[in-house]
Ligand binder design. Structure first.
Ligand code: UD1
Ligand code: MG
Length: 452
């Protein structure tokens, strides 16, 4: 087996006109991660030694998103062939084998890329290997024109194809692996005499064939080669990714009775024996421990959930929520930047922000940490075993000591010592028989009006 160094050029300089967006197309996210990062992460997992992402002038945000990989700038979006040539400054001295990938084709898997590497093997292996696919329905992909023995002759873009060429069953995914020592020689010879007046990367195949070099096709699954050009295609790619993420989670020991209703991010991490009920959204940066029960309809982002915790239904965890083992966060409870220590419970209708809730503490229904004064955020600290009665407002900064009890309905603005009772309530007035007299008076008045 010939071991050649692997490099990759990822094209991302296209205008992305069909997205109708101010954001560069490749920064639109799938599973909480920009499309271009899906491609660079896949490539990084393949021992690719040098990666160059081709961006357009003004796409600094893309360069930041792919750092520390190299970037090259394509001045003028003159087509995919021109874009690949723009990487010459970074890649021409590399030699080896060079992948050409598209930033808008984010679902490609390492296994498929390895199949291209395998096809290049051998003393007289093909100089160019193109990844093809067989889409189910009508489409605007380029067509792979193959000889009867399967060898690749040329690629024709749908807009330039004759009806007969359009009926070719295998389409161009855009991905190819090319002998790096000849790649730039061919790229320089690509012209723009075609329907779009663009320099087509796809013309490289006919040029290689004219030089007597063999070109081959490896076929991949349509699902992983979806090109994202519009918001509808973005949603189609998201659907494929979500299916993959759910299947991976279930394979790791997560129970999901209705997986199709659960949204995951690429960085969602689960322990074993986790239960995820229907209609739950995992935003970016959520880690879930073992034996966690997530009843349905929850929304989490930036949160850590430790072993044995029970959440929801309808729990909301925002960034900095740190739910320790066996804690309970119930319906309509919002937690932000707060530690809920071992076994603490907030089961109904509460806001806990910028806070610590000590182990075993109980937060009653309707408890609010008043953390914001319109200018700054302040901290609420609740000690272990404290009991916060229902409908309590904790005006931060404030501390409730361990084992203290706050009576329901209190507005707590002074620190409560450990084991003390804090009660902030107007004394209740009692008027014996008042309700009965009131009712009788009203009923008499009503009967009098009816008799008039
Ligand atoms: C391209 C292929 C087509 C293939 C399809 C698969 C060509 C000529 N056509 O068409 O055969 O079936 O992908 O999805 O290659 N880009 C640049 N600079 C440019 C133009 C494009 O960097 O000047 C980048 C884009 O950012 C994108 C990629 O190249 O990531 C593909 O460009 P796009 O315009 O989407 O090509 P398609 O029309 O989809
Ligand atoms: Mg495209």
């Amino acid at each position: 087996m010939v071991e050649r160094a692997l490099g990759a050029i990822i094209l991302a300089a296209g205008k992305g006109t069909r997205m109708k967006s101010d954001l560069p197309k490749v920064l639109h996210a799938l599973g909480g991660k920009p499309m271009i990062r899906h491609v660079t992460d896949t490539v990084s997992g393949l021992s690719v030694e040098r990666v160059c992402v081709v961006v357009a002038p003004g796409m600094e945000r893309v360069a930041v998103a792919v750092a520390p990989h190299r970037t090259a700038i394509q001045a003028g979006a003159l087509g995919t062939g021109h874009a690949a040539l723009s990487a010459a400054v970074e890649m021409e001295d590399f030699g080896g084998d060079i992948f050409i990938l598209f930033g808008d084709t984010p679902l490609i898997t390492p296994e498929t890329m390895r199949a291209l590497v395998a096809a290049r093997q051998g003393e007289d292996g093909p100089a160019v290997v193109v990844l093809g696919m067989r889409p189910a329905g009508p489409n605007a992909y380029g067509r792979l024109i193959q000889a009867p023995d399967g060898a690749l002759e040329r690629i024709v873009e749908a807009k330039d194809a004759t009806p007969e060429e359009l009926s070719a069953p295998v389409c161009n995914s855009g991905v190819m692996l090319v002998d790096g020592s000849r790649l730039f020689h061919w790229l320089r010879r690509i012209g723009n005499d075609n329907a779009k007046g663009e320099y087509y990367l796809t013309d490289l195949v006919a040029l290689a064939r004219a030089d007597g070099c063999a070109c081959a096709v490896v076929e991949g699954a349509e699902g992983e080669l979806l090109g994202v050009n519009s918001r509808a295609e973005l949603a189609a790619a998201e659907a494929v990714l979500q299916r993959r993420l759910r299947e991976a989670a279930m394979a790791e020991g997560v129970t999901m009775p209705m997986p199709e209703t659960v949204y995951l991010c690429c960085d969602t991490r689960f322990g074993r024996d986790v239960f995820v009920g229907p209609h739950t959204v995992f935003g970016p940066d959520v880690t879930v421990g073992n034996r966690v029960e997530i009843k349905g309809f929850c929304h989490f982002e930036g949160a850590t959930i430790a072993d044995g915790a029970i959440l929801g239904p309808y729990a909301r965890l925002r960034p900095g929520a740190d739910i320790r083992s066996d804690a309970h966060i119930g319906n309509f409870v919002e937690v932000k930047k707060a530690i809920i220590e071992e076994g603490a419970k907030a089961n109904h209708l509460a806001y806990i922000g910028d806070a610590r809730v000590g182990a075993g503490a109980n937060i009653g229904a309707g408890t609010i940490t008043c953390n914001y004064d319109g200018f700054d955020k302040h901290v609420t600290d609740i000690g272990a075993g404290a009991f916060i009665g229902s409908n309590t407002a904790l005006v931060a900064p404030v501390t409730v000591g361990a084992g203290a009890l706050v009576a329901a309905g209190s507005t707590v603005s002074q620190d409560v010592p450990a084991d003390a009772l804090a009660i902030e309530r107007a004394p209740q007035e009692q008027r014996e028989g008042w309700a009965k007299r009131f009712r009788e008076r009203k009923e008499r008045a009503k009967a009098g009006r009816a008799a008039e």
